[in-house]
Design a protein around this ligand. Structure first.
Ligand code: RTP
Ligand code: MG
Length: 168
């Protein structure tokens, strides 16, 4: 019994130390139209990240304006809203150790011409206004964006089989 409790405590400490985070990630309309969703998803899966929610949705103007509210005063705001509402997007919640900053690295710089090769934007995109994917830039943004796009009951917390082979 004591051993069981000690084991449980060890497991809990391990979980906390891993700093499991959830990020909001969204393939924009160009990624869906260009049929490269599978290739993009593979990048996250192969890294060892876990998809815990996903849906295809046509973002309406209100949602686009709320999601990108921080840019409402920028000159590109109207173009950004048109782009995001032009066709369906594929919204996801992706979980993993330090996932928020890690996913930003996998996604690459905002301007695809400046994004390193090997990143999603560096490999698949050309223009700032067609940069195929969004990812949360901080824990506060992740929390806000996840709750903007998903209800609590749409997020699946599940044990994934290869976990011990991804994390030590
Ligand atoms: P995102 O929010 O979509 O993940 O992109 P990000 O953090 O890398 O870049 P952010 O500064 O948040 O900009 C949001 C999106 O607005 C478009 N944009 N256009 N023409 C321009 O100067 C310009 N700057 C930004 C991009 O689609 C960018 O992803
Ligand atoms: Mg951003």
């Amino acid at each position: 019994m004591l051993n069981l409790i000690i084991n449980l405590i060890h497991k809990l400490i391990h979980e906390v130390k891993k700093m499991m985070e959830k990020s909001f990630v969204m393939m924009k309309p160009d990624a869906v139209q260009r049929r490269i969703m599978g290739k993009i998803l593979t990048r996250f899966e192969e890294k060892g990240l876990q998809v815990v929610a996903a849906k295809l949705l046509k973002i309406d103007e209100d949602l686009a304006k709320e999601h990108y509210g921080e840019h409402s005063e920028k000159p590109f705001f109207n173009d950004l809203v048109s782009y995001i509402t032009s066709s369906p997007s594929f919204a996801m919640v992706i979980k993993g150790d330090d996932a928020i900053s890690l996913i930003r690295k996998i996604v690459g710089a905002t301007n695809p011409k400046e994004a390193d090769l090997g990143t999603i934007r560096g490999d698949f995109a050309m223009d700032m206004g067609r940069n195929i994917i969004h990812a949360s830039d901080s824990p506060a943004s992740a929390e806000r964006e996840i709750s903007l796009f998903f209800n609590e009951d749409e997020i699946c917390e599940y044990k994934i089989a290869d976990d011990p082979w991804i994390y030590e």
